[in-house]
Design a protein around this ligand. Structure first.
Ligand code: CAA
Length: 395
């Protein structure tokens, strides 16, 4: 198994630079001022947070990984993660809405040509536009290689047909990277990636899905019916789609893991405050071991999740390539499961009040569940980890 020491020249430091501290501060301040006050209302109404997205764009908290030569900040995975924790601490629905351009634009950033980067990334910097990642289908979410959408070459165009679902921000996206089969008999090697403007004739949003949690993020289903796009919109070569999808997810999974840390941190903070103020048997409930042990475990497991995630993000930035796949999955699996446990325990700390919508933690418990599902379920992360242990791949 790859270890963190391999290839490490400069040793280990947990100290953030002044720039990183300022970036994190900016994100925390934004989350406290612009996101937290709206979290319950937007959750209740399932409201797409266009206003929050526009403000996040204005202050520079979106599209963090777009290269500098295309107008972006060109930040690495680690710096993006510092921002992500704070936004998701504010509200994971709105945090996902603001951050999901990282996933949508990931295939172009990682594998697009210079022309594609100039054409599709720069507008994201100039305007608060959204893009999305069109991988999952009604019959293929975990088993990506079995997706059914097809792309057939006709002269200088491809014609796409199929359905996509569970796609973050698709309902409001300017364009989506659609993964489709160019050779349906070739499994993972028959898949290609295409940039599809969402106003192309034949693209139709079928449903804005009504979710249990993270309700202020749009999650949509859309159909592609005889959608014609220029061949120049294909990213990489025919057959590169699966590898591009996996490399993108390797890069974004630490961002999702840190989102889970942000939610768990919020639940922990609410639990500590409530445990100090709520009195039973003549003492604050923080004095009861049944409660304070739960909170001690929360603090420990949140810190472990954060450190695993920092390590995965750091490895991606250091160019560990496929070795970072394992660490991305460690982080995503552990942080997602931790967020579920911490938020469930937070409801327990609040007792009956924890189950009531007027109090903050029931939303956090609903929100946390999604981390165990999107960008690869906790079971898929274990599958990736097991494959990397027993069938390791080099770059
Ligand atoms: N980087 C580069 N290449 C990779 C790779 C990676 N991380 N992982 C696999 N590959 C390569 C393999 O090496 C292999 O190539 P070779 O045959 O040349 O060796 C090829 O891709 C196929 O790999 P596998 O045999 O491992 O593929 P598989 O079919 O067994 O599936 C899987 C692997 C890990 C289960 C994968 O399908 C997977 O990650 N599934 C989960 C997908 C997922 O996260 N879905 C969520 C959708 S996105 C989302 O949720 C966002 C949203 O908007 C809500």
């Amino acid at each position: 198994m790859a270890t963190i020491e391999q290839g490490t020249a400069a040793g280990v430091s947990f100290a953030l630079t002044d720039e990183q501290k300022a970036l994190r501060e900016l994100a925390r301040d934004f989350a406290a001022r612009e996101i937290r006050p709206k979290e319950h209302e937007y959750d209740e109404r399932m409201q797409h947070p266009a206003d929050v997205i526009a403000k996040a764009h204005e202050v520079g908290l979106m599209n963090l990984h777009i290269p500098e030569e295309h107008g972006g900040l060109g930040l690495g995975c680690f710096d993006g993660m510092l921002v992500g924790e704070e936004l998701y601490w504010g509200c994971s629905g709105m945090g996902t809405s603001v951050s999901a351009n990282g996933l949508g634009s990931g295939p172009v950033v990682l594998a697009g040509s210079e022309e594609q980067k100039a054409k599709w990334l720069r507008p994201l910097i100039e305007e608060p536009l959204l893009c999305s990642f069109g991988l999952s289908e009604p019959g293929a979410g975990s088993d990506v290689a079995s997706l059914k959408t097809t792309a057939v070459r006709e002269g200088d165009e491809y014609v796409l047909n199929g359905s996509k679902t569970f796609i973050t921000n698709a309902g409001y996206a300017a364009w989506t990277v659609v993964f489709a089969k160019t050779d349906p008999r070739a499994g993972a090697k028959g898949m290609s990636a295409f940039i599809v403007p969402m106003d192309t004739p034949g693209v139709s949003i079928e449903q804005h899905l009504d979710k249990m949690g993270q309700r202020s993020t749009d999650t949509s289903a859309f159909a592609l019916q005889d959608v014609r796009i220029p061949a120049e919109n294909r990213i990489g070569e025919e057959g590169d789609g699966f590898r591009i999808a996996m490399a993108t997810l390797d890069f974004t999974r630490p961002g999702t893991a840190i989102g889970a840390v942000g939610v768990a941190q919020a639940a922990y903070e609410h639990s500590v405050a409530y445990a100090k103020e709520r009195v039973t048997f003549d003492v604050p409930i923080a004095m009861h071991q049944g409660v304070n042990f739960m909170i001690a475990d929360m603090a420990t497991e949140i810190e472990a999740s954060r450190l695993l995630t920092w390590q995965a993000a750091w490895m991606l930035d250091q160019g560990y390539g496929r070795k970072a796949t394992l660490y991305s999955s460690f982080a995503k699996r552990f942080a997602a499961d931790t967020a579920m446990k911490v938020t469930t325990d937070a409801v327990q700390v609040f007792g009956g009040y924890g189950y009531i919508k007027e109090y903050p933690v029931e939303k956090l418990m609903r929100d946390a569940k999604l981390f165990q599902i999107y960008e690869g379920t906790s079971q898929i992360q274990r599958l990736v980890i097991a494959k990397e242990i027993f069938l390791p791949k080099s770059d």
